[in-house]
Design a protein around this ligand. Sequence first.
Ligand code: CMP
Length: 140
Amino acid sequence: MNGNYTFAIIKPNAVRTGKTGPILSIINEAAFEIVAMKMTRMSLEQAKDFYSIHKGKPFFDTLVEFMSSGPVFVMILKHKNAVEEFRKLIGATDPEKAEPGTIRKLFAVSVTMNAIHGSDSDENAVREADFFFSESERYF
Ligand code: CMP
C-alpha cells in the first residue's frame, strides 16, 4: 500500500442520515479512486478490537458503542500521498476545529459522531485495511 493508499470509514451517523452519497461525491471530486468498498456493521467486540489503540482512554466506551451502533461503509482509497491528502479533505477530528468545506465540517455532529474516519499513517492504513478486506476484495 506504499504511500498511495489510505483506509476510510463512513461512520454510522452519516450512513443513518443519508450522507453516504454526498460524502462519496466529495471523495470522487477530490480524485480519490475507490479500490475496495463494502457496507458492514461491526459487532461491539470487533469495534473494541479495531480501536484497541484507544483502550483505556475516557472516550473508548462511547466510541466503540457508537461505531457498532449501525452500518458503516469501509473503503480503501488510492491517491498520491493518500493519508495526508485524505486527512486534509476530512478535516480535524473535532468538527468545531475543522476547516470550512471539509467532510467533517459539513457532516459531523460531534467529536464522536464525526462522520468519517481516515487513517493517520501508512502503517495504520495497512492495519486497518487488513482488518476489513481480504486480498481478493481489493481491485488495485
Ligand atoms: P477517528 O480519528 O476516526 O477514530 C478515533 C475516534 O475517537 C475519533 O475519530 C473520534 O471520533 C474519537 N475521539 C478521539 N479523540 C476524542 C476525544 N478527545 N473525545 C471523544 N472522542 C474522541
